[in-house]
Write a protein that binds this ligand. Sequence first.
Ligand SMILES: *Cc1c(COP(=O)(O)O)cnc(C)c1O
Length: 373
Amino acid sequence: MPTDIAHDLENPVDDRYSPPPCGELDEIRAVLDDGRLSGGAQILPVYERTLAHRFGAARAIAVNSGTSVLHAALIAFDVRPGTEVLVPATAPLPTAMPILTCGATPVPVDTLPNSLALDPTDVDRKLTARTRAAITLPLWGYPNDERAITGLLADAGVPTIEDAAQAHGTRIANQHAGTLGRVGCFSTHDRKLLSTGEGGFILTNDQELADRIDYYTHLGHLRGGHGVNYKLAGPLAAIGLRRLTHLDAQLTQRRRNAERILAALPPGGPLRELPYGVQDKPNYYNLVLIATARQPEIAAAFHAAGLSPDSIRWRYQPLYHQPLFQPYATACPNAEHLATATIQLPVHPQLAEKSVAWITDQTVRIAQEETAA
Ligand SMILES: *Cc1c(COP(=O)(O)O)cnc(C)c1O
């Protein structure tokens, strides 16, 4: 398809997004003036209350990374050597590494077909007396409907940890991702929708659990119990507090860009959006398409166009293909399929009009060529 846009073929669109300035410097200056830059800065409780309110949870605890949040959540559920944690086979390394940090055994579980939700049959097969927690994962900010496993896990007394690191603003059954399990784990790393550079936060409605996680991540409040120092520094909380005000505008623009690409997709062609329910909304961390035929050819075509899918760009594949997790390999055919069939496209607000138009053109061209093939 002819296009008059001169794109760098190696990297025609930048998938990195940084929000427009929204008063971060003023907020950082206030922290500097206050004189305390540590996790003991006065802004921390303000940031935490604002997070809890924004995402509809009783409590939020800010910490220094998404990895720290996951580790602290696992510790809170007594994940120790000799115990097991169910983890979706679709999980990327950062979701599962904290299980190894605890010295526990990761148990990869397959997802349902064309879905990020855990397969109840596989969950049932892999639950044991040693299972301490199950991680669920709205990857790429796409809703995962976990209703099929809720009863199973409740009967087994196994809590759910949502790794919502990519899912700020994602809605699942009209609730915020990160508020459906016992705890929700968020990252505010630079690649996420809310960025403080490095950082993260936990959401929970369970006050007792929140107190325990706060205690563990804040050196046991130096009252004698064991803890680690996972506190978020004051200036980073200042950045997060201000950038939160921009999140809604960001979500709206991401959705608009995604809808534009989706509206142009030829009906009945080999590409459609990763499915989700009527009461769900992705946050469009990425727009995720799924190829219904010729999956390797379609992935290669996007790669050749400069829109490399995760399966090629990051060699994204089920967790147990990673050397670190090969000892825990198990057959997960649906996760295998999802890794090869999905195409992740950038739709962030910094994309110029012409870039969104160009991505749309490329997507339509590939859909048409692969239909004819
Ligand atoms: C980013 C990310 C993490 C880890 O967060 P960090 O802040 O980088 O430690 C965990 N899980 C998922 C799904 C992520 O995308």
